[in-house]
Design a protein around this ligand. Structure first.
Ligand code: SF4
Length: 697
């Protein structure tokens, strides 16, 4: 009776980019439990284990409840907000006056609401004179952003989830949809066209087991494989010349480029034989609605942009764009990675604008009320460049917001050595116990999802509402209110007098999108988003929202000045680290379960979710190789790379091929092994491949 709800409200889930709708049941205005929203067009009444347990992390014992400062003896002590703000501002200003403005930087997240991302980006870059700041979205989505921008003229994922149900050929590349995006997989399962479900992945993942065709390409052979596939589609005449002529540029060059990728060359690079490649060619040729989907297996690569563009090229040349059930479709990772792509003020100026463009700077200044000369003309460094900047002594103070770099960044030993060089590290998080918070000089306690208001944008470009359904513990404040406080203490609050509350910021962001491809001037307010079951961008002023599921490019008009999409391609690059005699196996990393989220900071606080996942770190090793090495199931083994080693329980399996092992990213030790190489265009780290050795202890 004590927990019997007296009302219900709706909001979207705060973990992954699927953006499921949840009904949160309240007692006296506080959440007591939740159920999936049966009316929400994304999840249709379903939720994965994380969604069902979304309230549990709010009640964790290690919630940060008060600002904390590290004393000279290394202990963190609680202080009030006034002391914390004075100290933070003094430290940051001191660094800026001793070195220069660029000596202070920030690292943020795809987990906070768009209004907070925008405020952080505006406060730091317009108010605090910082140049360098990036998000953890660099680790997951940067490749998709750059590939879309270069190929289509704007970062515009073209699809809607209904496309999962409308394709007759679904090609999943480097995407373990079954566990990484389980509700999207459920949408695939609802497909009534008896689709071919093609999985292209070195591992026999859960999705590969559930699909109808699996192509276990060798790690880092993607580009040669897709060029070879394109070559065969062209040679055998399975292209849509009309579509290519009308809507694209650069096809002739692409035809020439892929000619050398014969089936023999594809087999040599990828291990996929000519008859298997032909089967895929025939499958695509027979498909009336072919969709290609990719996730981190493509994005987290030293040549991810060109691989993503190889998929875009195949969709374009076969005319699989803009129609139901088609598209070259990037699936985002975090709940608000899409918001970060448009509004974080890192990779572009608010609303998908350019820092370098004076007209864009003036437009943003006019709308947001900040002086135009406070807007920098150049973009800041990417995540890896910020870390390098700390290593070289150019960056001396860092503000980390809602991300756990000391678990998630690639090549962790090096990261931890570098981070110790900082003069001052501020970590703003809902927990004081993350690996990164443990290194901090100051912790700022932040409210969590469910304790504040704002909007997320999901993978299919849908705005969804986040609402306050619980009070934040102790003195914890929403990130929005922390940014307001920092602005006050910094002395730049006058510049942000229009930034009063999240919905006021939403209205300004909406105005920033006007006349952009992501124009949402037709969304009136929060109430409209809530009552419509979320709204996908674009929605132009005066446009009526007729359908819950809308896709882009139905008219074949792309966002380059000539209105055409571009075929982009280049020679594959060699991976900088490959297996050798000393380290004979590829290490593949990725999600290991649908019950844990990233670095487990939140999901480890649900007793239900932790029961669904092995506590001990494990390494999947090919069963034949395990026998040769006399390694028994569950035995502790060493896994070593040139950068570090870890102990893991052996999990012999046929899901990894000989010469490959797999470790889940959810375990903190994983990134002691990974090798820091980056895509040259997106600067996204290549988490998916490095050389390791497994041995008995
Ligand atoms: Fe939340 Fe993603 Fe699970 Fe949906 S699939 S309930 S958005 S974690």
């Amino acid at each position: 009776e004590k927990l019997k709800p007296d009302s219900t409200t709706t909001l979207v889930c705060g973990f992954c980019s699927t953006g499921c709708g949840l009904n949160v049941h309240l007692k006296d205005g506080e959440a007591v439990n939740l159920t999936p929203d049966t009316q929400y067009p994304v999840n249709l009444g379903m939720a994965c284990p994380k969604g069902w347990e979304a309230l549990a992390p709010l009640n964790a014992k290690d919630r940060a409840k008060s600002p904390m400062i590290r004393t000279k003896n290394g202990k963190l002590v609680e202080v009030d907000w006034d002391s914390a703000m004075k100290r933070m501002v003094a430290e940051f200003k001191n660094v800026q006056s001793k070195y220069d403005d660029e000596a202070v930087a920030f690292l943020s997240t795809g987990q906070i609401v768009s209004e907070e991302m925008a405020f952080l980006g505006a406060l730091t870059k317009f108010g605090m004179n910082m140049i360098h700041g990036d998000g953890n979205t660099r680790q997951c989505m940067a490749t998709a952003v750059v590939s879309y921008k270069q190929s289509l003229g704007f970062d515009a994922p073209p699809y809607t989830y209904k496309d999962f149900e409308e394709s007759d050929v679904i090609i999943l590349v480097g995407s373990n949809l079954c566990i990484a995006h389980p509700i999207m997989w459920e949408r695939v399962a609802m497909n009534k066209h008896n689709p071919e479900i093609v999985v292209i992945d070195p591992r026999k993942t859960e999705t590969a087991v559930a699909g109808t065709q699996h192509y276990p390409i060798a790690p880092k052979s993607d580009l040669a494989f897709f060029y070879g596939l394109a070559n065969q589609l062209i040679e055998q005449g399975f292209i849509q010349q009309d579509y290519i002529d009308k809507y694209t540029n650069g096809f002739e060059g692409f035809v020439e480029h892929v000619k050398e990728y014969t089936p023999e060359k594809v087999e040599e690079a990828s291990g996929i034989k000519a008859d298997q490649l032909q089967k895929l060619v025939d499958t695509i040729a027979a498909g009336k609605r072919v969709s290609l989907w990719w996730t981190m297996g493509v994005n987290q690569s030293h040549e991810g942009v060109r691989v993503a563009q190889a998929l875009i090229n195949i969709a374009l040349m076969t005319g699989n764009f803009g129609r139901p059930g088609t598209g070259a479709n990037s699936i985002t990772g975090q709940c608000n990675a899409m918001g970060s792509r448009l509004f974080s003020n890192t990779t572009n100026l608010l609303g998908g604008h350019d820092f370098a463009n004076e007209v864009h700077r003036t437009k943003v200044a006019d709308i947001t009320g900040v002086p135009v000369d406070s807007i920098p003309e150049k973009m800041g460094w990417a995540y890896d460049q910020i870390i390098d900047g700390i290593a070289s002594g150019k960056i001396k103070a860092l503000w980390v917001i809602a991300t756990n770099s000391a678990h998630s960044w690639i090549n962790q030993q090096s990261f931890r050595d570098i981070i110790k060089k900082l003069d001052f590290l501020v970590v703003q998080d809902m927990y004081h116990s993350t690996e990164t918070a443990e290194l901090a000089d100051m912790i700022l306690p932040a409210a969590a999802w469910g304790e504040k208001t704002g909007t997320f944008i999901n993978s299919e470009r849908r705005y969804g509402m986040v609402k306050k359904v619980k009070r934040a513990p102790g003195q914890a404040l929403s990130d929005f209110n922390i940014f307001k406080l920092v602005a006050n203490y910094w002395g730049c609050s006058e510049m942000f007098k229009k930034w009063t509350h999240p919905e006021a910021v939403f209205q300004m962001l909406k105005a920033c999108t006007k006349d952009q491809p992501c124009d949402i001037s037709g969304i009136k307010d929060y109430q409209m988003i809530d009552s419509c079951g979320g709204i996908q961008w674009p929605l132009l002023e005066g446009e009526e929202l007729q359908d819950h599921e809308r896709r882009l490019f139905a008219d074949g008009k792309f966002h380059h000045p000539d209105g055409k999409a571009k075929f982009l391609y280049e020679e594959p690059r060699k991976a900088l680290e490959v297996p050798c005699q000393e380290y004979p196996s590829w290490l593949l990393t990725g999600r290991g379960t649908s019950s844990q989220w990233h670095t487990q900071t939140r999901t480890k606080n649900s007793s239900v979710l932790t029961k669904l996942y092995p506590k001990d770190i494990y390494v999947e090793i090919n069963a034949v190789e395990a026998r040769q090495l006399k390694i028994e199931p569950s035995e502790w083994v060493w896994v070593k790379s040139r950068r570090g080693k870890l102990k893991a329980r052996a999990c012999p399996s046929y899901h990894v091929q000989e010469g490959q092992v797999f470790i889940s990213m959810h375990y903190p030790e994983c990134n002691y092994l990974t090798f820091p190489s980056f895509d040259p265009y997106s600067r996204q780290p290549s988490y998916k491949a490095c050389a390791v050795k497994v041995s008995k202890m």
